[in-house]
Design a protein around this ligand. Structure first.
Ligand SMILES: C[S@@+](CC[C@H](N)C(=O)[O-])C[C@H]1O[C@@H](n2cnc3c(N)ncnc32)[C@H](O)[C@@H]1O
Length: 217
């Protein structure tokens, strides 16, 4: 699918998919949204866990992955499994690559990781890229944290169902969490039907709420 670069409210870039009239992040601030939803409400909520297996649904531009590597606690190790069945083309990646180091180097490490291969992004951060689609996902090891960053339910309703959330629930460890920017009532109920305890949290700039789902032991 064709994408075009957009500068967002906090001066960071996102991509727009004209065919779907959909963006990869909030137009009010891609970086601010990613920090708020995935790092602050997700990664930081597991700050006392020495080793985290993280699953991202939709690697896309790699922004969540970059910010996770930048905000990792020194004493924590992270194994980051990123699903991306539709990788972005080099030309569009070139247009959004960060200018500053070490982000630029890490950005290209992430995007040069072979499909279904691994790369050591920092000493304690191992990325595994997977071409698997969420709907049919199979993993060997339980997941402690899910970044659910699929396109919105309007665009991909098949990814926001009770069935898909149950699949994730079954792949997750006890006391694990899932975070998403979406706060729709239907999505919250689908998560609850899958077995999660769901909280509504304040959303990123210009968004009232987001969701955090917990799998309790
Ligand atoms: C909202 S964008 C992701 C944004 C990304 N996290 C970022 O920071 O750029 C949604 C992503 O989900 C991917 N995707 C689409 N269908 C998928 C599927 N069935 N399973 C997993 N990922 C999918 C898309 O290719 C796209 O990269």
């Amino acid at each position: 699918m064709k994408t075009e670069r957009i500068r967002t409210g906090d001066d960071s870039y996102t991509l727009r998919v004209p065919e779907l009239d959909e963006h990869y992040h909030s137009i009010h601030g891609a970086r601010a949204e990613s920090m708020h939803v995935f790092i602050d409400a997700g990664l930081k909520a597991l700050k006392n866990k020495p080793s985290i297996h993280l699953l991202e649904v939709g690697l896309g531009t790699g922004l969540n992955c970059l910010l996770t590597a930048a905000h990792q606690q020194p004493e924590t190790t992270i194994r980051y499994t990123a699903l991306e069945p539709f990788p972005l083309e080099k030309e569009i990646l070139d247009s959004i690559a960060p200018e500053n180091e070490p982000e630029r180097g890490r950005f290209w490490q992430i995007h040069h990781t072979p499909a279904d291969g691994d790369a050591q992004i920092t000493p304690g951060f191992l990325l595994h890229r997977s071409m698997q689609k969420l709907e049919t996902l199979a993993l060997h090891d339980p997941v402690d944290l899910v970044y659910f960053d699929a396109f919105a339910p309007r665009v991909q309703p098949e990814l926001w169902t009770t069935e898909v959330f149950r699949l994730l629930y079954d792949l997750m460890s006890d006391n694990s969490i899932l975070v998403t920017y979406c706060a729709k009532g239907d999505v919250r109920r689908a998560m609850q039907q899958a077995g999660f305890q769901v909280e509504r949290l304040p959303g990123p700039p210009y968004k009232r709420e987001m969701l955090r789902a917990r799998k309790n032991s």
